[in-house]
Design a protein around this ligand. Structure first.
Ligand code: AP5
Ligand code: ZN
Length: 214
């Protein structure tokens, strides 16, 4: 399957991705995770992306389209993939269509993580991340076994630099202005499935499974 996960910051894309990935053996391409790795490694790409990310603004279409174009060539992505956080603008969606057309492929489903903005601040400010695996925790909703430590590796957890109430405001603004039109773009193609992303994680997983098995 070729899937796209769209939703505002904190809507649960990164939480559901590993579960879908394990069940369907897809590759998980999260542009946010890839950009954060580039920023941490201070690569030329990371240096270019950092300023926008710190402010909660979108990185330029050319940069992210380049990353995705490269990543999708991986053999593990040929049979199917989960795009988490991409496309985020209509231009990115059009570029993705061009890439897929070249391979004779198309998007099967777009999962729309629909949720009220008001819930997101608590989710974002309580999040703790394990950068190398992409695993995330939440102080209240999904606490790690030992506070501040990853369950699997025992390595320390971090808080993302953009996970503050102030930066969340700009991230939400970018979502409503630039990314919501992408949902309409796919609605016109008839491939969007709506999720109730405000429900507890297990219930959202059940909704995802229902959509993907139909
Ligand atoms: P990115 O990393 O994609 O961030 P985002 O879209 O803001 O999404 P988040 O990762 O914050 O949310 P999520 O939905 O994954 O939530 P999670 O599951 O972790 O992008 C970061 C930046 O990179 C952007 O601002 C931009 O600058 C740049 N960028 C990336 N892609 C780009 C692109 N295509 N174009 C241009 N720029 C790009 O959940 C959050 C918390 O809530 C966790 O603690 C979790 O445990 C908890 N939680 C999850 N689900 C539930 C639930 N159902 N109930 C209760 N708690 C829950
Ligand atoms: Zn995420």
């Amino acid at each position: 399957k070729r899937l796209i996960l769209i939703g505002p910051p904190g809507s649960g894309k990164g939480t559901q991705s590993p579960i879908i990935k394990d069940e369907y053996c897809l590759c998980h391409l999260a542009t946010g995770d890839m950009l954060r790795a580039a920023v941490a490694a201070k690569t030329p790409l990371g240096v270019k992306a950092k300023e926008a990310m710190d402010k909660g603004e979108l990185v330029s279409d050319d940069l992210v389209v380049g990353i995705i174009d490269e990543a999708m060539k991986k053999p593990s992505c040929q049979k199917g993939f989960i795009l988490d956080g991409f496309p985020r603008t209509v231009v990115q969606a059009q570029k993705l269509d061009e890439m897929l057309e070249r391979q004779g492929a198309k998007i099967d489903k777009v999962l729309n993580f629909a949720i009220d903005d008001a819930i997101l601040e608590e989710r974002i400010t309580g999040r703790w991340s394990h950068p190398s695996s992409g695993r995330t925790y939440h102080t209240k909703f999904a606490p790690p076994k030992v506070s501040g430590v990853d369950d699997v590796t025992g390595e320390p957890l971090i808080q993302r630099k953009d996970d503050t109430a102030a930066v969340l405001k700009s991230r939400l603004e970018a979502f409503h202005k630039q990314t919501e039109p992408v949902i309409d773009y796919y609605k016109n193609k008839g491939v969007v499935a709506e999720l109730h992303a405000e429900k507890p994680p297990k219930e959202v997983t059940a909704e995802v499974q229902k959509v993907l098995s139909s």
